[in-house]
Design a binder for this molecule. Structure first.
Ligand SMILES: [Zn+2]
Length: 475
């Protein structure tokens, strides 16, 4: 039994993949050329007026629908006052007491145990600019300013670093499936702040929490929590008290460091944004957005099991990443052999992707080419050994499977005369194996089979070889 209980809550910021920014017509794009997607509104010039991008509201509400939140028929925007070196207005437009979504939950599985993490709220706000620090100076890049930013606030329901990791993974999967955000961590699409507290087992009230700000990798979240949980437990064990404060994760050193003591919410002096009307949503609008929701991972997994007769495990692996699931479906439908499509995806494709550290969107082999390759195997034009060689080439350079088979002379040999010659040679050259087989050692047949395959340079039709061997040895 654990001596201490851990409570973790996450505030996850997600950039929404809208075409334009939240208050202006500037393109919402990730670019390395600073200050190229800006206008007076997102530069925060005095006297400019924000105009709400309805698409940002839609994506936030769709997220709320996916997480089972109560969608608020009326919500509003507020100014969060603060000194922002990366926001000349010195306030951020956010939502304070009337967010778009309340409640909801994310289902996670850690070591086969399913747990529900409650969501407290989801609100919409603007992202701020980005400070870049150079050796002698600093620069502000406003391309990011005004990017629609959704904040998903969880309840402190996670009890370990593993659960926090699983929560972020599940959330990302859903957001990608829903087309809400690409959740590209390298581009800063998904960042989070962590709240963490520990308390002695048996104490009902949560312990004093610390906050770890601006985490931008899931691995960082896991490592910083592992450190912070142990730090807090050590403080309590030594008779000390945990101080409520904001801490910073030092990734290189692998420790959290005190940044500042926690300022209270009222320090932000929130007040209603006078330049924006409250957001009023009609039942019809919410229903239309609900109807637009795509199939989610759990439903897709079930459909893969029923429609393609895949094992639960395979279906789970295939749907984990939306792009992989999409690719599989295209292959399965084009080749008409879903089980073979699944096998190729689960083994060759996922292995090749992980070895080459590529995403499936970037590979040279098209779903149509993989489907054709599967058909060549089904039609016994090539055997699996040859097919794997063709796959390796397709994966590397793309191309047409049939042309590669012809070019590399990989077509399977099914000619009885040629096969007979190889089989005779294998039997004549391995009298011990022949004797073993006839003496009841069935494994000896596999050895002889291997000899024939080698003699044929992997091109012999394995089914026919097996038959010919049996005929000669048993007959
Ligand atoms: Zn702009």
């Amino acid at each position: 039994v654990a001596e201490y209980l851990v409570s973790i809550g996450l505030e996850t910021h997600v950039q929404l993949a809208t075409k334009s920014k939240i208050w202006c017509g500037c393109a919402n794009v990730f670019t390395h050329e600073p200050n190229t997607a800006v206008c007076p509104v997102c530069l925060g010039y005095p006297g400019t007026m924000p105009v709400l991008n309805r698409e940002a509201v839609k994506r936030t509400v769709m997220t709320g629908l996916m997480l089972g939140c109560d969608i608020q028929r009326m919500s509003k925007f507020d100014r969060k006052s603060y000194f922002y070196p990366d926001m000349p207005k010195n306030y951020q437009i956010s939502q304070y007491d009337k967010p778009l979504c309340l409640g909801g939950a994310v289902s996670i599985a850690v070591e086969d145990e399913v747990k529900t993490i409650r969501v407290h709220r989801i609100h919409l706000e603007e992202d701020v600019a980005k400070n870049n620090h150079f050796e002698q100076s600093s620069g502000v890049d406003f391309n990011r300013a005004g990017t629609p930013l959704m904040e998903i606030v969880s309840e402190p329901d996670m009890a370990s670093a593993d659960e926090a990791f699983a929560y972020l993974t599940a959330l990302k999967q859903m957001l990608v499936y829903g087309g809400i955000s690409p959740c590209n961590l390298e581009e800063g699409n998904m960042r989070c702040d962590i709240n963490c507290s520990v308390r002695p087992a048996g104490q009902a009230e949560l312990g004093t929490k610390t906050e770890i700000k601006n985490m931008n990798t899931f691995k960082g979240v896991h490592r910083s929590l592992t450190y912070e949980i142990k730090r807090q437990i050590d403080v309590l064990k030594n008779g000390g008290t945990v101080v409520q404060e904001t801490r910073r994760w030092d990734d290189a050193a692998g420790v959290t460091r005190s940044m500042r003591s926690k300022e209270d919410a009222h320090d932000y002096r929130y007040f209603p944004e006078p330049d924006l009307m409250p957001v009023v949503l009609s039942e019809a609008e919410i229903a239309a957005w609900q109807a637009e929701l795509p199939e989610l991972p759990a439903a897709r997994r079930q459909r893969f099991v029923s429609e393609y007769a895949l094992p639960e495990y395979d279906a789970g692996v295939l749907v984990a990443e939306k792009a992989v699931a999409d690719y599989f479906e295209q292959v399965a439908q084009a080749c008409g052999n879903p089980k073979a499509a699944s096998n190729w995806m689960m083994t060759e494709m996922l292995r090749a992707l992980s070895e080459s550290e590529q995403s499936i969107e970037a590979v040279a082999i098209t779903p149509a080419a993989l489907a054709q390759l599967i058909q060549l195997v089904d039609q016994k034009v090539i055997n699996m050994t040859g097919a794997k060689q063709v796959f390796a080439r397709l994966f590397e350079r793309g191309g047409d499977p049939k042309a590669i088979v012809d070019e590399e002379g990989l077509a399977q040999v099914s000619d009885a005369g040629a096969l007979d010659g190889w089989v005779e040679t294998a039997i004549a050259g391995n009298p011990k194996s022949v004797e073993d087989y006839r003496g009841g050692k069935k494994a000896a047949l596999q050895f002889l089979m291997g000899q024939v395959m080698r003699a044929s340079q992997g091109k012999a039709n394995p089914g026919m070889v097996l038959e010919a061997l049996r005929q000669k040895l048993d007959g």
